[in-house]
Design a protein around this ligand. Sequence first.
Ligand code: AMP
Ligand code: GLY
Length: 437
Amino acid sequence: MGYKVLLVGSGGREHALAWRLVQSPLCDHLLVAPGNPGIEALGRGMGQGRVTLAKIATEAIADLVALGKREAVDLVVCGPEVPLMAGLGDACQAAGLRCFGPSRKAAEIEGSKQFAKEIMTRAGVPTAAYGAFSDVAAADAFIDAQPGDLVVKADGLCAGKGVVVTASHDEAKRAVRTMLVERAFGEAGGRVVIEERLGGREVSMMALCDGTRFVLLASAEDHKTVLDGDRGPNTGGMGAYSPSPLVDEALTEQIARTIFAPLLAALADAGRPFRGLLYGGLMLSPERGPTVIEWNCRFGDPETQAVLLRLGEDLLPWLLDAASGELPMRLLEWLPGLAVCVVLAAEGYPGKVRGGDRIAGLGDDGQLPGAGGDLVVFHAGTKRGDGGLLTSGGRVLGVTAYGGNLEEARERVYAGIGRIGWPGMHYRKDIGLRGKS
Ligand code: AMP
Ligand code: GLY
């Protein structure tokens, strides 16, 4: 008897998870709420598994749980952070559904930057020095007392947009005012965390956690800004590659020992055991070594697309075991090469975008005709319309390729992109080249 899985979400990250799950010989049926056209096509295009989309919004917790109960699913997997912060994990538990995703209290590691800072301090996890303020005068006094440049962050969830990296104390004070006085990020900015600005390269480390134990996934590097050369405004992520050449075995061990292990233990001690995917955004500071700049309570997007393309074994047993609190003590298997994901964005992104442009180049299954398993087009902001596949959102597609090395993966990914197009499409040409130029 195979398993029935309910996956929550509709982005490129969820397409990558769904792509993996339908390949599992253990997965009989994958339900996705609400999914996207790329996910829907997995049911037919690849001829594997059965995939059904349910028209339920990711925030409709009660409806999601009701669907899971009605369909008697064996596992709920949640992509985005918002449902987790709204209590999806707790609601599943109350309903007797096994969920790969933390409780609301554990998800606070992402939902409240102040909580994350406090628990890291308690656990001795290396992180930037900080202060938390809801009062402008107190924030100003703190800023004046700092020797170096600062980063100002809205305390709550703001879809990755509530962070201002500043180059002067005046700029930091202006950012504080934008958040605390003008409420540019609404209630999420009712409190700000001000922290020292660290130098170094950034890596994304994700771990499957079962409440007490964890296993790290392969490292990745996100490319957050919209333009080549890490210029322009920040976005949700314009591309990623995995593994990062910066994270060797010794550094992986150090990150596990000094960051993930003490944090998970502290969360469990605080009565908030973390079951699900824990994602650390780490700065590899030349002076201090790996230092946490953010925690997320869910898979990274677009890192997941690159990381999962390299996974050399079935993902489903790992998610089931983590969700059951029974993670096995072994490492995951990875393909030896490298994976690159390049995000194709709509005109205007990360600002206001236009939707409804017809996407040329993809087949009925939403994939590049003739592509093999080492070139996958993950859908994020797409929808089906009269003209076929249309854009619907800022990040539209995540073209992801595997290669024996970086050059091969990049060649494959950009050759694929050359066959896709719509008016105003833009993307970065330098994904994976960081540190090489
Ligand atoms: P976040 O939304 O927390 O990922 O922050 C957005 C970006 O701001 C990060 O990817 C970093 O590049 C940068 N950032 C955040 N905190 C710091 C810090 N303490 N020092 C330097 N850069 C930071
Ligand atoms: N790629 C950054 C994130 O998922 O938060």
